[in-house]
Design a protein around this ligand. Sequence first.
Ligand SMILES: *[C@@H]1O[C@H](CO)[C@@H](O)[C@H](O)[C@H]1NC(C)=O
Ligand SMILES: *[C@@H]1O[C@H](CO)[C@@H](O)[C@H](O)[C@H]1NC(C)=O
Ligand SMILES: *[C@@H]1O[C@H](CO)[C@@H](O)[C@H](O)[C@H]1NC(C)=O
Ligand SMILES: *[C@@H]1O[C@H](CO)[C@@H](O)[C@H](O)[C@H]1NC(C)=O
Ligand SMILES: *[C@@H]1O[C@H](CO)[C@@H](O)[C@H](O)[C@H]1NC(C)=O
Length: 523
Amino acid sequence: MLPRNATRFLAAVAAAAGLASASCSSYASYSQYRHEPYSTGAYALSYQRPEPACRTFNSTAVEDGILRIKNLTTDPDLFRLFENTYPNTIDTAIKWRGFAANNSEEELAFIITGDIDAMWIRDSANQVAPYRSVLKNKDDDLASLFRGAINMQARYLILSPYCNAFLPPPEANLNAQPNGAVYSVTPPYDRNVVFTCNFELDDFGAFLQLSHDYYTRTGDVDFFGKFQWIHAVQSILSASEALRKPTYAPNGEWMPPAYTFQSQTMTAFGTLGNNGMSYPVNETGMVRAPFRPSDDAAIYDFQIPANMMLSRYLESTAGIMEKLPNAPKGLAREMRDMAEGIRAGIEQFGVVTAPNGQRIFAYEVDGFGGQNLMDDANIPSLLSAPSLGYLDANDTVYQNTRRFVLSRSNPWWCQGPVINAVGSPHIKPGAAWPMAAIMRAMTSDDDDEIINSIWEVLQSTDQYGLIHESVNSFDATKWTRSWFGWGNAVFGQLIMELAERKPELLKESFQPRHRDLRQEHRN
Ligand SMILES: *[C@@H]1O[C@H](CO)[C@@H](O)[C@H](O)[C@H]1NC(C)=O
Ligand SMILES: *[C@@H]1O[C@H](CO)[C@@H](O)[C@H](O)[C@H]1NC(C)=O
Ligand SMILES: *[C@@H]1O[C@H](CO)[C@@H](O)[C@H](O)[C@H]1NC(C)=O
Ligand SMILES: *[C@@H]1O[C@H](CO)[C@@H](O)[C@H](O)[C@H]1NC(C)=O
Ligand SMILES: *[C@@H]1O[C@H](CO)[C@@H](O)[C@H](O)[C@H]1NC(C)=O
């Protein structure tokens, strides 16, 4: 989820810039040290919340949620990991909040990913989303954060729908540092607004999902008619429509794609082949996703999980659009038509035969028969399909796909004594992503599988008590990213969901002795 060749440099810049006031140390460095008191279980996890004066947003709803989970859990390490991760977004990532210069009622929030000082559309949506469980109405403190994120993303999606990460708005006066990397991108964009412009289709899904979450929790339909939300959805629809076009017209003539991207990079996944145009595609009804939710270039452009996400949330948010008196006539219908067209494309082109003869979802296809069988830890993934609300977990094709993804047949399955989870070409083979273990638990109804996934996450933090991006499946001391906002958010979300779905599991012990006993019992 970040340009990997730039990671170290950017982390250094973020650390030097500091996050909060001078007396608060930057969380980029704070998260690289362990802080007492350690949790009292075998994993002795660090306490990682910044001191109250250094937190970037305060919410009584989140603090109450933490107390509620404290009551529900018995394992000190499990509670510690939750207590560090669930508030991580509000503790560390709300870099600025305010109002639009041209509308004093339009709330804005600039939310950084963690160690990189820019706002990713997908990350910021996923960083805020877990707070939906404690969001009750539009007057809550958190409601303003949701609205600020949605309005900020709407502005970005209108200005540059194909870009994925952005600099602070002028209203913030934050002295934004434009990205110095060398890119050649069409359509062109403003380097004072955009940080990176890798087009990732799941950004559209993420914006619509956050909108859906805010609407379903608060019922605040008026908000969507007031500012730029309708215009942002129109921008998403026209950008998507342009990228549904096949490479060749009906008469066979080549049609250059609406979006191209080339960059000077050491990595094949950091730029697009064919002079920035990527592999040709046939017409399928799906929308091209030249970059994956990891920020890596796709092999084939029709990424199935991102299309699932877009289809599901276009359908859901069409229900909001319908209720807006000022929405252009037919816009909700257009959203539903696209959602249906994408779904039909997934069913026709995205379901393929695996080497074992079972029907599974491919990760990517091109509409010509080209297919890439794998899954990647970054969400949306194939594993996450039920969590996206695209299908039910008991769907046969999903269950076949799940067995494939969680097995040695998936080229990005990382197995070992520390953690068994899906990884990503964004790092390297053998580097499992705790986020994928978390998603496995979120999409499972099997108590043992859920408990085991949580165990693996607990023992993968190297005692830092935060979710790392990736962890060597044989060596917990080898990991990437000390401050990974998205990963922290997803763990918090899992525990909040389990508190509703299976509260008895939170009473379990996750200490190593219990783990051995449980496994003996199973064998
Ligand atoms: C959060 O509350 C603390 C006091 O508990 C305060 O020092 C801090 O400034 C507050 N943060 C924000 C962003 O309001
Ligand atoms: C925690 O549990 C105690 C005892 O059951 C109860 O009185 C208290 O209200 C609970 N606190 C929260 C925050 O749920
Ligand atoms: C307000 O300003 C933003 C960016 O500065 C712009 O995108 C938007 O269109 C403006 N809104 C209106 C209603 O003029
Ligand atoms: C690709 O598109 C061409 C032109 O529409 C069509 O003839 C061909 O059957 C398509 N291929 C597949 C695999 O659908
Ligand atoms: C799948 O689950 C849904 C409810 O979640 C249920 O209505 C449906 O009957 C189930 N289908 C199968 C094949 O078990």
